[in-house]
Design a protein around this ligand. Sequence first.
Ligand SMILES: Nc1ncnc2c1ncn2[C@@H]1O[C@H](COP(=O)(O)OP(=O)(O)OP(=O)(O)O)[C@@H](O)[C@H]1O
Ligand SMILES: [Mg+2]
Length: 607
Amino acid sequence: MKQLSIFLNGFRIDRAIGFVWLAAAKWTVVSIILLIAQTTATLSVLFIFKLIVDHLTNSSTDAIFNNLLVLIGIALGVTIIGNLCNALAGYTSTMQTHLVADHMQHLVQLKSIDLDLAYYENSQSYDKLHRAQREAPARPLRIIQSLTELGRNGLTLLGALALLLTFHWGVVVAVLVASLPVLVYRLKQADDLYRLHREKTASERLSGYFNQVITTATSAKEVRAFGFGPLMIHRFGELRSKIRASLQHLSAQGYRRQFITESAATLAGYGALAFVAHAAVRKSISLGEMVMYFGAFQVAVGSLRPTLSALAELYENNLFLSTLYEFLAVQKQVPEPVQPKEMPRPWQSGLRVENLGFRYPDTNRWVLDGITLTIHPGQIVALVGRNGSGKTTLTKLLCRLYDPDTGQISIDDIDLRDFKTADLRREISVIHQDFGRYHMTARENIMLGCPDIGSEDPAIVQAAQWADIHENLIRLPKGYETVMSRTFADGVELSIGQWQKLALARAFVRDSQLILLDEPTSSLDAAAEFEFFEKFREMAHGRSALIISHRFSTVRLADCIYVLDEGHLIEQGNHEDLMVLDGLYAHLYRQQASYYRDESQPTNVNK
Ligand SMILES: Nc1ncnc2c1ncn2[C@@H]1O[C@H](COP(=O)(O)OP(=O)(O)OP(=O)(O)O)[C@@H](O)[C@H]1O
Ligand SMILES: [Mg+2]
């Protein structure tokens, strides 16, 4: 039953045809016309040959020779038209290939940007994405090619079988019955191959990862410094050889099955041929008819194999394309509201987090528990805590990259879940701890913070000035138009600190109501950091800000400081309040301050 359902699913090809139609309707119509023309040409030539032979055997005078020449001329013309159709079909297929591949990639890309962040933080999702990316571009067209092949060979086969039917139905039945095992085993082979690819997705991804470590700039320094390149190559090789061994086993089994079933079909075919020859000897058919039946027989056998192959490939391609359907069917876990509420502008009471609790999907640990805090309009709030205390997680929840498990986050008393995610995110300028470094021009790197503004908008230069990167940018070979990566022609490489400033500029270019900075100055030198926070209030321009930092010189400037520890808010207040409280904040602050004191007075340490 399971086999049957896979089988039937495998033959649901309407969606694949729909993709091809959407991507390349015009070329699809052309290819169908060419297909019909090609088939008509092949069968017409067969019929003309029958006329020629019958002419030769039935006529005795030389005058008939002229008619023969006409018939040969027609056969030649039809064959040349067939060749032309063949060449045009090749061109049509190339055009279809490009259009459909790009269309499919576009679909995968649209779905990829629509999915939740959670999708990208889960290994099974990556397997799904990997399979969809691998199969989506080529499979729909391969389905169409299989259909074309099926159409071309299937029509020719039907025509040839129809001719043979006029001779004897037994020949047709023999040819068809003998081909059934070939088909069944080809379908079984496709099933096994599909299952193997699914099982091996994680290994394939892992081997791809090792290859990436070996070949990309990101890890090139460490590969050389630590010399672990050979280890990565070894790991890659091990995985590949396991995958290869499974494929090899499956392939050997497939060819064995193919040989046995095809031999049986060939045997049946030759039996039918002998039957035709026997009839000719007994003179129950004319010589012309015998030539035609022999020809029809040859055409039938010649088109039977590609017809079966096309059927099997159709099944296989559609089975593999189901990985794309699986990917497209993934549901968002951060849903859009049915009746979205209007985003207030400006915020009146600001942002409030109430009794918030959160666990990452498929985990049991509460990463945030019972968090309550407020960020009033225009207020600069700092969030501090040890590594892993949940600071970055809170920023993800504020941007609604995840939804809380308990409690709520609201803006002016409206739950974040009631806003369209796009409306909410428009109000937040964020620099994540692992901010992006895009291999685009400096101008575009800043513009991405607000893609709707034109690349000539003065806000871009203004943001660069605020982030103190303007002077660096105008000194680059092509100024703001310089590409920010040496992996592309005429590109430059920035220092990490300069990248961080560029990311700050990207955050500032957006006219939002909340600035969310997760370790925004961790790579800045002390002078640059000091300057940045000196003018931060001016840049914030009345907007609210949440700054996460391990540097207490920065943190102490905030209006209010929240201290997170293992997912719990344990202290809050301004710097002076927290120092008086003498809790974790005061402890961490003093620890850092003493470190700086020791650094400045190294001789004291040795006393
Ligand atoms: N995508 C994720 N899936 C599961 N657990 C996660 C995920 N991201 C983070 N965690 C876990 O959540 C906890 C809090 O992580 P978070 O990144 O919020 O800490 P943080 O306070 O920002 O730390 P740091 O100061 O190092 O940046 C950590 O224990 C971490 O292992
Ligand atoms: Mg963090």
